[in-house]
Ligand binder design. Structure first.
Ligand SMILES: NC(=O)c1ccc[n+]([C@@H]2O[C@H](COP(=O)([O-])OP(=O)(O)OC[C@H]3O[C@@H](n4cnc5c(N)ncnc54)[C@H](OP(=O)(O)O)[C@@H]3O)[C@@H](O)[C@H]2O)c1
Length: 326
């Protein structure tokens, strides 16, 4: 089968389209013919071996897991003998982070990493959902305890997580402020953000406005500045971003929470927790993935470059065409 392989850490130039052995599912796995996949920030970090934790996961000097790609959608081709939930022919999607292997014509996955795709979803839409939508949902609902009538600010609102977060937040009847680069502000407005901030012109922590909830996808400001932008009893949730700022939030967050009546929370993603709910929202027409543009499997290096430059709106998606011989 064809796959995008990396044998050393580096820029998207180290990604190569190669012929590799088609995987065989273990007893508790299914074999999926991948129809679409989507890169995430984690793939981007793993490609470069940065931060160092990625080298602990992928290999110290060179990557041992050589096929990236965690968000996938496809059709089940074979099932291991202990698999209970799925049958060949089922259309599924999910986040395979921990195992990866999605930028390939076929991948094996444990059944608990998958959900049935809604018939009305395209494979591209399904592949766009798992990691970004779960970060948005778990950040807003589980850690942020989002409530109707609140004022919410999303920092980095025009990317994968942010575009899901705006749509989920609107279901709760909150007033949304989206922060991103000027090219993405019209998109944020069109998705229902009442207010937008161009981060190249304005620092949301210094404009005098306060928010009941902040969802931070970039975590590029001091935790004290973010706390200042919170209303009394407000909650700040970071889903990721600058390692130095995350460390600051980890160390000083509990102290701020104790002394300032403001709450600092760091999200640790629970992969696929909430995937079935997101499928329901999609089927009800309430949440629709924003897809920047699809790329072919052979164009994964190009897709990564585009993703790394940060110019994408919503999710970058890889689409795979199969002929009957593959
Ligand atoms: N917590 C966990 O367990 C976990 C697991 C996986 C991933 N993550 C994290 O999840 C996040 C993934 O987010 P994503 O997929 O939405 O990323 P994304 O698609 O790259 O979106 C990020 C957005 O932020 C914007 N941006 C860049 N600089 C900014 C700034 N200074 N201020 C405000 N916005 C800015 C970008 O736009 P421009 O580039 O045009 O400016 C882009 O629209 C990452 O932080 C990752 O580390 C966390």
């Amino acid at each position: 089968m064809k796959a995008i392989v990396f044998t050393k850490y580096g820029s998207p130039d180290v990604l190569e389209l190669k012929e590799v052995v088609k995987p065989t599912p273990k007893d508790d796995e299914v074999l999926i013919r991948v129809h679409a996949a989507s890169p995430n920030d984690w793939d981007w970090g793993a490609l470069q071996g940065i931060p160092f934790v990625n080298r602990l996961i992928f290999g110290l000097l060179n990557p041992k897991k050589q096929i990236l790609g965690s968000d996938i959608a496809g059709r089940i081709e074979a099932v291991g003998k202990n698999v209970l939930q799925f049958r060949p022919g089922d259309e599924v999607f999910g986040d395979l982070s921990g195992d990866w292997g999605g930028f390939a014509e076929y991948v094996c996955a444990r059944e608990n990493a998958l959900a049935l795709k809604a018939p009305s979803m395209t494979f591209e839409e399904a592949a766009a959902i798992p990691q970004a939508a779960m970060l948005a949902l778990q950040g807003l609902r589980d850690l942020g305890r989002i409530k109707p009538g609140q004022k919410l600010l999303i920092n980095g609102a025009g990317g994968g997580v942010g575009t899901f977060a705006i749509q989920i937040a609107k279901l709760y009847g909150v007033e949304v402020t989206g922060v991103d680069s000027p090219e993405k502000l019209d998109l944020l407005r069109s998705m229902g953000a009442e207010h937008v901030i161009d981060y190249t012109q304005e620092d949301f922590t210094k404009n005098g406005h306060c928010y009941d909830l902040i969802l931070d996808v970039k975590t590029n400001r001091s935790i004290f500045d973010c706390a200042r932008a919170l209303s009394p009893n407000g909650i700040y949730v970071t889903v990721g971003g600058s390692m130095a700022r995350l460390f600051q939030a980890l160390v000083l967050g509990p102290w701020i929470s104790m002394t300032k009546n403001k709450h600092i929370r760091i999200l640790a993603l629970k992969p696929n927790k909430g995937l079935a709910y997101m499928k329901e929202l999609f089927e009800a027409g309430k949440v629709i993935p924003v897809i920047d543009r699809p790329y072919k499997l052979s164009e994964v290096p190009k897709a990564f470059r585009h993703f790394g430059e940060g110019r994408h709106k919503g999710k970058v998606v890889i689409t795979l065409e199969h002929n009957n011989k593959t």
